[in-house]
Design a protein around this ligand. Structure first.
Ligand SMILES: [Zn+2]
Ligand SMILES: [Zn+2]
Length: 340
């Protein structure tokens, strides 16, 4: 019997029985082994976040391919895969011009998972808080040699944090970098900055505990910096954007990662922006493409440049997800990972 964590309506969470159909063309049925608890799942629970209920939560998973539909070439039954949520559609204007990182409408499997006969919206097309799920083949990438409770993190936190540094911003060796918000994604930004060869990495967070953690992950300074080349705003509030702009130096780049409140806006001081030649970039999940980036990120982990294990504060069971959200709100964990 399959089970999963479903948002029946905004604000309510339930562990329910699922029915999982066989995959159709270009789809893959995955038996989940591990799945991380991400802020975006909490965001869906609290706001809906463009996901019509009922929603099967979870979008950062790893597991074994149990079945593949027709025309699936990239993975086979028995492969251990990491599930991502930015599978390029291959059809939009950006994909067609050879820029899948800007894909506007990520590819998704059909509604193959139901609860009591009702089709479920899968969080970001994934739906990994479940014993099994069905995803598009381009969302499942074979990564066989890392423990699933670590490799699952490649699917969102790592792809977003490291991707924002290496792909969105293209941080260069010797750069001075700031990071506002030192949760799992922020810690991955810090690790990405170290991989890119940044000279200074300033960690900024209101929670002293997170600053201590940030130092362990490679931050060279804590607290605000000045004349920085890149500032990554992982929080995404107007006040953190203003704080980011104030820290940037000549030709500095603000990389906006955090999720905005629907009504949020900022005032941009045009004279300062012009004089300093500032740049503003939005990172959508690090602009990652699963098939391109997951193998490379796994390589960084194997080589010891990327510490996945230290991101996992604790492993939990599927029915502990509600409690994991509470701990996340309190800032008590980096990542809780559900092990199935
Ligand atoms: Zn596309
Ligand atoms: Zn996420």
């Amino acid at each position: 019997m399959d089970r999963g964590i479903v948002v029946e309506e905004v604000g309510t969470l339930e562990l329910v029985e699922l029915e999982v159909e066989q995959p159709a063309a270009h789809e893959v049925l995955v038996r989940l082994e591990a799945t991380g608890v991400c802020h975006s799942d909490l965001h869906i629970l609290e706001t809906g976040f463009s996901h019509p209920p009922p929603v099967l939560l979870g979008h950062e998973g790893a597991g074994l391919v149990e079945a593949v539909g027709p025309n699936v070439e990239s993975v086979a039954v028995g492969d251990r895969v990491v599930i991502g949520w930015r599978a390029p559609c291959g059809e939009c204007r950006w994909c067609l011009r050879g820029d899948p990182r800007r894909c506007r409408t990520p590819a998704s499997a059909g509604p193959r998972v139901t609860a009591g006969g009702r089709p479920l919206t899968r969080a970001f097309g994934a739906g990994t808080f479940a014993t099994r799920t069905v995803v598009h083949e381009h969302a499942a990438v074979a990564i066989d040699d890392l423990p699933p409770e670590q490799s699952c993190l490649l699917g969102c936190a790592v792809a977003t944090g490291v991707g924002s540094v290496l792909e969105t911003a293209q941080v260069w060796p010797g750069a001075r970098v700031g990071v506002i918000g030192c949760g799992a994604v922020g810690l991955c930004v810090i690790q990405g900055a170290r991989i890119a060869g940044a000279e200074e990495v300033h960690a900024i967070d209101l929670d002293e505990r997170k600053l201590e953690t940030a130092k362990r992950f490679g931050a060279t300074h804590t607290g605000e910096g000045a004349r920085l080349d890149f500032v990554f705003d992982v929080v995404g509030r107007p006040e953190t954007v203003e704080q980011s702009l104030a820290m940037l130096g000549h030709a500095g780049t603000l990389v906006y990662i955090g999720l905005p409140h629907p009504d949020a806006s900022v005032e941009l001081p045009l004279k300062r922006a012009f004089d300093r030649r500032l740049r503003f970039l939005v990172s959508h999940g690090g602009d990652h493409v699963p098939a391109l980036d997951f193998p490379e990120l796994a390589g960084h982990a194997r080589a010891g440049r990327l510490d996945l294990g230290a991101l996992v504060t604790k492993t939990i069971a599927l029915d502990d997800v509600a409690h994991a959200f509470e701990e996340m709100r309190a800032g008590d964990v980096i990542r809780s990972v559900v092990v199935l």
